[in-house]
Design a protein around this ligand. Structure first.
Ligand SMILES: N[C@@H](CCC(=O)N[C@@H](CS)C(=O)NCC(=O)O)C(=O)O
Length: 198
């Protein structure tokens, strides 16, 4: 059994989307977190070392960091067909896009939100203005972020781009809008949204 440590309307919501796609038995343990508006509190029931979500427990394994959870679950449940297996074509692009999400996409958007300059030669990521043309180029030539097939990586990218769709930080790109719709039209996303609400 997989246990997802979850707080509604947070980065753990998309892990419900992933778990619904995977189809293995799982339970949701709702925990409180400290929210950006100052509300909420650390939950002693949350095993995440920084009291954040998402985290999952699977047998003796504790996994946290969204990209690691996606990699772990898509590899542990290969029959779900959500990742190229080691040795298969596309594996490199899949792992690249998982790491790029955590190491570049999130810092790019957070630094823009915080109105921080991204100094070339210091930060390991680049500005949104440099990231999004790369994403546009990818999604103009392929339907999903890691190639021809929907993978676990799309769960991270499509939910993030969907969330920022109306935000002035996000450039309006037809390729991204069509991609978000393609991914979020999946029945697993609708089921996840219903479960997130409780
Ligand atoms: N890099 C982490 C970020 C996790 C994260 O910051 N989650 C937020 C919720 S969206 C949280 O738990 N915040 C509570 C806190 O910072 O104490 C991941 O992608 O899993």
């Amino acid at each position: 059994m997989i246990t997802l440590y979850h707080a509604p309307k947070s980065r753990s919501t998309r892990m419900i989307f992933l778990l619904e796609e995977i189809g293995a038995p799982y339970e949701i343990k709702t925990v409180t977190i400290r929210r950006g508006d100052g509300s909420g509190a650390i939950d002693p029931a949350n095993p995440h070392p920084h009291a954040k979500v998402p985290a999952i427990r699977h047998g003796s394994e504790l996994v946290f960091e969204s990209s690691a959870i996606v990699a772990y679950l898509t590899d542990t449940f290969p029959d779900a067909g959500l990742a190229p297996k080691p040795g298969q074509a596309g594996r490199g692009q899949y792992l690249t896009m998982l790491a790029y999400y955590g190491d570049v996409i999130e810092p790019a958007f957070v630094s823009k939100f915080l109105k921080m300059d991204v100094p070339r030669g210091t930060a390991g990521w680049v500005a949104v203005e440099e990231v999004m043309p790369t994403i546009d180029k990818l999604l103009t030539t392929q339907p999903y972020i890691a190639g021809k097939a929907f993978t676990g990586a799309d769960i991270l990218y499509a939910t993030t781009f969907g969330m920022f769709a109306q935000n002035p930080m996000m450039p309006k790109l037809a390729s991204v809008e069509a991609y978000v719709k393609r991914c979020l039209d999946r029945p697993a996303y609708a089921r996840a949204m219903a479960k997130d609400a409780g």
